[in-house]
Write a protein that binds this ligand. Sequence first.
Ligand SMILES: Cc1cc2nc3c(=O)[nH]c(=O)nc-3n(C[C@H](O)[C@H](O)[C@H](O)COP(=O)(O)OP(=O)(O)OC[C@H]3O[C@@H](n4cnc5c(N)ncnc54)[C@H](O)[C@@H]3O)c2cc1C
Length: 406
Amino acid sequence: MTDVHDYAAVGVGPANLSLAALGADVENLRSVHFEARASFSWHPGLLLPEATLQVSPFKDLVTLVDPTSRYSFLAFLAGEGRLYRFLTARFPAVLRTEFDQYLQWASRTIPSIEFGTEVRSVRERDGYFVLHSGHGEVTAANVVLGTGQTPLIPDFMRPHLCADVFHAGEFLAHPREVSGRAVAVVGGGQSGAEIVRHLMRLDEPPQSITWITRRPGLLPMDDSPFTNEYFFPGYAREFHGLPQARKQELLGEQKYASDGIDLATLQDVYRERYRHECLLGRKDWLRLMPRSEVTGCARLSDGWELEVKGAQTSIVRSDVVVLATGYEYRLPDCMSELAPRLARTADGLVVGDDYSLSLDGETTGRIFLQNGARHAWGIADANLSLLSWRSAVILNAILGYRRYNT
Ligand SMILES: Cc1cc2nc3c(=O)[nH]c(=O)nc-3n(C[C@H](O)[C@H](O)[C@H](O)COP(=O)(O)OP(=O)(O)OC[C@H]3O[C@@H](n4cnc5c(N)ncnc54)[C@H](O)[C@@H]3O)c2cc1C
């Protein structure tokens, strides 16, 4: 067949954008990258102006496998004429808005990306994969899934979702009326902390904020040097080779290396609380409820009543409820036909040492998975740290030779 792509990628977030950047200069590679959104945007609902990257900007699309690539963060800064000013600004961490600009810049310069194209189905035909979108069909020898993670929302909250009860990922999606109102933030991870900090800094802040978390406290992300080795390719490989039961133990032990709150955000929240309560006299303005789980929600005529189980059961009345309750991986709907043919364990999909899924049948092509294999590859899977390395592993597997040193 002449019009078969070597691979078709579904979703263009940072993961498949990295793949596109690493593949952009590979001769004779025929690839296409489909993105449902009209243009690139990086978690736009949480792109708060003060939010920063939790990792080094060298963990960009390409640098850790190809420091000479024209798609590096440094190349972006140089292209924008910002290098000297960026260095002189000495940000303790790069603003997420700037990293989003970098990702957008890369997405505009890579020709194989088709925006505004949602893949609706992936089927197998004559040993190839056929992808359907509203714009027609494309045939590819391999598929790379990079559709990101899905918001986790407790089942009992689903019927209440509305303009005042929403997942954190939707925070900026609509204008929110929070000033002078009682706001409850559920979830003690990074997103919860960023939203609490943002609410505390508003010119017209909420009347009160209640921050509820199951965690024993507002625990910091472990960003210390030896712990950071969990985010090395060598460790990821070692983890991948362990028995599944051991992986589960380690995921529990290592949780706060990826899911804690970064220290600078915690300090900001602490200082804001001091300013509001001690200097502005707003006593008990930020109420912290650790070791507490929201177990129910009821609608009132003028707000919401959350049932919270901690040492005792209590009721929290609120006008606005922000669910900073995290994300989980789910196969995208477009995979519904092939999903029954994918091998699984009790913990999730079987993901091979080149990130390919195990598909039964005769197909010679493979389906690769980006950012859906924490259970198989460890805590670094959802993080930017292994972004370029994982893309290089996948690209090498598709090409059938070692284009990148992984
Ligand atoms: C707010 C936030 C901040 C983060 N900050 C950091 C950080 O500082 N450092 C770090 O290491 N990690 C961070 N992470 C974790 C991780 O790096 C990001 O979640 C990253 O965006 C994951 O990239 P992705 O490409 O896998 O998924 P996504 O960014 O979610 O992109 C998936 C894309 O697929 C598209 N899509 C889905 N289905 C289809 C379809 N059927 N057809 C076409 N397109 C489709 C979606 O529109 C979306 O654009 C952050 C996560 C969040 C939520």
